[in-house]
Design a protein around this ligand. Structure first.
Ligand code: CIZ
Length: 302
């Protein structure tokens, strides 16, 4: 089947199942092009909750599809590749979080959405990279447990008066960035502005003109009169940036910015998901109920 035939077949199956396709900004271009909505995990979960579709094909990694299921428990949520995981989410188990809570009794837990549903269920409130600071500042406590991303945690710590107890997890893709990578690309494109995701290490963020989530990077570029940008987040976002800003130029900060898990979803796997209605996200009811509380609490902050 050629690409156009796959697109057509996906369209037919979407109609048959009353399905929508949601794709994360880090997905490959073809998957973004076949999607009904492209965005960050938070925006996509909101879409999932609002849609009247019966089936959601979630093109992203597992924790994102889980969040969509938690916010839309009555819908069928499909992840086209069940092996599309998130190493950062896997760096904090529910047992580890329980131990940390025992060490700091009464200290509220803010959990980045890049976490398993079970970890969300043990948390007081969730956050994304775009609202982490707001969420932390919304709490009355002076001390807050922040998990699982240490780089996002340190970034928030620099901008809040609260004391954060930060878990030692990281995104291997963003954490691989070095200050020298920024120096090198800057020497090639001195006129370009440098936009970096807060999952990168502090010594790399220091060199950025702007630090933000994927959604914030997209808005920043859209509103900017500048013409050239160095992008310090997963390379899938270049597709979105180029579609939205055909008159501007984008350079990837480093070739290391490739998430192999995000790339496990292909056009063919989206078609297969709709043909076989797999792989369905199924979560225990009690986990869903508790995790929804933490996600809903975040939604009230923003
Ligand atoms: O929350 C998301 O979608 C992630 C993982 C990154 C971002 O900044 O959008």
């Amino acid at each position: 089947m050629d690409k156009q035939e796959i697109f057509d077949r996906i369209k037919q199956l979407k109609k048959k199942h009353n399905a929508i396709i949601l794709a994360h900004n880090y997905q490959v271009g073809d998957v973004q092009d076949v999607a009904d909505f492209v965005g960050d995990s938070f925006g996509l979960s909101q879409k999932a909750a609002q849609t009247d579709a019966d089936v959601i094909v979630f093109c992203g990694v597992k924790f994102m599809a889980e969040s969509a299921k938690i916010l839309s428990p009555d819908k069928t949520v499909l992840l086209p590749n069940a092996n599309a995981g998130c190493p950062l989410a896997d760096m904090l188990s529910v047992q580890q979080l329980r131990q940390l809570k025992q060490q700091y009794p009464g200290v509220p837990v803010v959990t980045y959405v890049n976490s398993t549903a079970a970890v969300k269920a043990e948390s007081d409130i969730c956050c994304t990279s775009s609202n982490a600071l707001k969420v932390v500042n919304s709490l009355e406590a002076d001390t807050v447990i922040f998990a699982p991303d240490k780089n996002l945690g340190h970034y928030v710590q620099q901008h809040t008066d609260k004391k954060l107890i930060i878990w030692d997890g990281f995104c291997p893709t963003h954490n691989s960035l070095k200050p020298e990578d920024v120096e090198l690309i800057k020497s090639n494109y001195p006129q370009a502005e440098i936009l970096i995701h807060p999952e990168a290490p502090a010594e790399v963020l220091e060199k950025a003109d702007f630090v933000g989530s994927t959604g914030q990077i997209l808005s920043y570029v859209r509103d900017s009169s500048r013409k050239e940008f160095i992008i310090g987040t997963e390379q899938g976002i270049l597709h979105t940036l180029r579609v939205q800003n055909p008159d501007k130029k984008f350079y990837l900060l480093s070739k290391k910015l490739l998430c192999t898990n995000m790339k496990k979803i292909t056009l063919e796997s989206v078609l297969h998901a709709l043909e076989t209605m797999t792989t369905e996200i199924v979560l225990p009811q009690d986990v869903m109920t508790k995790a929804k509380r933490a996600l809903d609490r975040m939604l009230q902050v923003v």
